[in-house]
Design a protein around this ligand. Structure first.
Ligand code: S3P
Length: 443
């Protein structure tokens, strides 16, 4: 049951039953943002199949429209068409660029606009985004000659940018963040001379793959692809993009299917880019019963189907900073899984979670504790002992989409009913989550 009030949505969840069936999760959020951004600055038409019709990509599209880019309406199941304005075609917007809840929109847009000479831009977002660090992007862009300012010495929105002619640079990023890397690469497209980004660990590489598909001169070298060099000599050419299903959205069903007795779920067309499949490695460590099939590649991205079945005994797991960039968004649902493992699981090297849409280490600890979880918050992670008995409680997403969906799965596994306040946060990345859940649920 959903109760709408003027400010929030509540969902009441009754546990029991199993989850059975096949489904396709919506398009990958990271790839959706990038296809809009690159389509906007390419020459000619870009078409996007499977673009995620959720709040975050809609924020990216509306900012691009405000800079004069024509993007067809984003409707589920319909191909999106963009008329690219070319590398220098973005117009100075008349108003503030509103990025909503989306860190990817703000950070990647900063990279996109910083080299647009003689144009002024102001970016802002909702309460959550206005508290998230932006200097991590502003600082490297300044190393390329960018003029980026914001509250608190440039760290927080509103951020203002005065477009400049940039120069190439060699930039080592202090954290393995695809958002930082992507912002630098987007800025590098109009810089004078080549730019190299060196990451401390490999973050998701959708930008590199897509830049190649649009015809950019980009080279990836070094140990495990850590040095990425972009030479700005090529124009981008509009192309056809097909967005695979988002493994970060599939993760809720992968864990639910393994944990809820009697379940058997197949998620079709899931993106299996190796920089995103940390969850698959952990499922192996947990000895979850699952299989991958129909493996193939679509427009430069590997995809496949994942079938997961109820697994009676699930092993505890340990995660460290090395695997973290490959499953960073799956930590909330993995912390639910840990409550049902044999033994104690440790999630370390995860302090980046403190600067996501919420402080996810604090929020998951607060919410799962209400359900009786044996969870301990550490500065850089969580330690969780699997006692296998959560109890229904009055929960709150605290406005975070991934928390909302993780708590939904926790509630299905609990003894007694739960309520989730602000459950509608899920529409940031997965608007159909609740109807997909209803479709899978068997009593
Ligand atoms: C994203 C990168 C990750 C991820 C976010 C999406 C992207 O953030 O958590 O949900 O699309 O580039 P960081 O780059 O900050 O690690």
């Amino acid at each position: 049951m959903i109760i709408n009030t003027s400010k929030a949505t509540y969902k009441e969840i009754k546990p029991g039953g199993s989850l059975i069936g096949k489904l396709k999760v919506p398009g990958d959020k990271s790839i959706s943002h990038r296809s809009l951004l690159l389509g906007a600055i390419a020459e000619g038409i870009t078409t996007i199949e499977g673009l995620l019709p959720a709040e975050d990509p809609l924020s990216t599209a509306s900012c691009l429209r405000a800079m004069g880019v024509s993007i067809s309406q984003i409707i589920e199941g319909e191909t999106v068409r963009i008329e690219g304005v070319g590398l220098d075609g973005l117009k100075e917007p008349e108003g503030v660029l509103y990025c909503g809840n989306s860190g990817t929109t703000m950070r990647l847009l900063l990279g996109l606009i910083v080299g647009r000479k003689e144009r002024h831009f102001v970016l802002t977002g909702d309460d959550s985004l206005s508290k998230r660090p932006m200097k991590r992007v502003g600082h490297p862009l300044k190393m390329m000659g960018g003029k980026v300012n914001g509250r608190c010495n440039g760290d927080f929105a509103p951020i203002s940018v005065l477009g400049q002619q940039l120069h190439g640079a060699v930039i080592g990023t202090p954290v393995a963040s695809a958002q930082i890397k992507s912002a630098i690469l987007l800025a590098a497209l109009t810089a004078e001379g080549p730019t190299t980004v060196i990451e401390p660990a490999v973050s998701r590489d959708h930008t590199e793959r897509m830049l190649k598909a649009f015809g950019a001169n980009i080279e990836v070298t070094g140990e495990m692809g850590r040095h990425i060099t972009l030479r700005p000599e090529n124009k981008l050419r509009g192309t056809k993009i097909v967005v695979p299903g988002d493994i970060s959205s599939a993760a809720f069903w992968l864990i639910a299917g393994a944990l809820i007795p009697g379940s058997d779920i197949t998620v079709e067309n899931v993106g299996l880019n190796p920089t995103r499949t940390g969850i698959i490695d952990v499922m192996n460590k947990m000895e979850i019963n699952f299989e991958l099939s129909n493996l193939r590649e679509i427009v430069g991205e590997p995809i496949g189907d994942i079938r997961v079945m109820y697994t009676e005994e699930i092993q505890a797991f340990t995660l460290d900073n090395e695997i973290m960039p490959r499953l960073i968004d799956e930590i909330p649902i993995l912390s639910v899984a840990a409550c049902f493992c044999q033994g104690t699981s440790e999630i370390r090297g995860a302090k980046e979670l403190r600067v996501k849409e919420t402080d996810r280490l604090a929020v998951m600890t607060r919410q799962l504790k209400k359900m009786g979880a044996l969870i301990e918050e550490k500065p850089d992670g969580l330690v969780i002992t699997g006692n296998k008995k959560l109890i229904g409680a009055q929960l709150d997403s605290e406005t975070d989409h991934r928390v909302s969906m993780s708590l939904a799965i926790a509630s299905l596994l609990a003894k007694g009913n739960s309520t989730i306040a602000r459950s509608d946060a899920s529409s940031v990345s997965y608007p159909k989550f609740w109807s997909d859940l209803a479709q899978l649920k068997r009593n």
